[in-house]
Design a protein. Sequence first.
Length: 111
Amino acid sequence: MNKTVEILQYTLRKGTGEVFHSIMHDISVPLHRRHRIDVVSFGHSLHDPDCYYLIRAFVSTESMATVLDTFYSSADWRDGPREDIIDCIETSLKTVMILPSESVDGLRVQV
């Protein structure tokens, strides 16, 4: 079975990498999971502590759009970590691809 995989890459404002990771680890990723979003992996890039990635998997491209629309319009997100996260991000890139489930599981990091 294939999955739709979204990879988000963030260039963070200088010196915000540790704060961003704390927000992701303690607040944002648990919030994603409460909303049944499959967070495959997240963390600092090896080349720069102020670069970060978030990998999420979805059943399909269509479900990804629906799930993310619901998540980003929720009070949990808007009244939760949204502003703190956005304040740390200088630029972001998004890539979406279809991968076999086995490949997604190979990217999975247990946190």
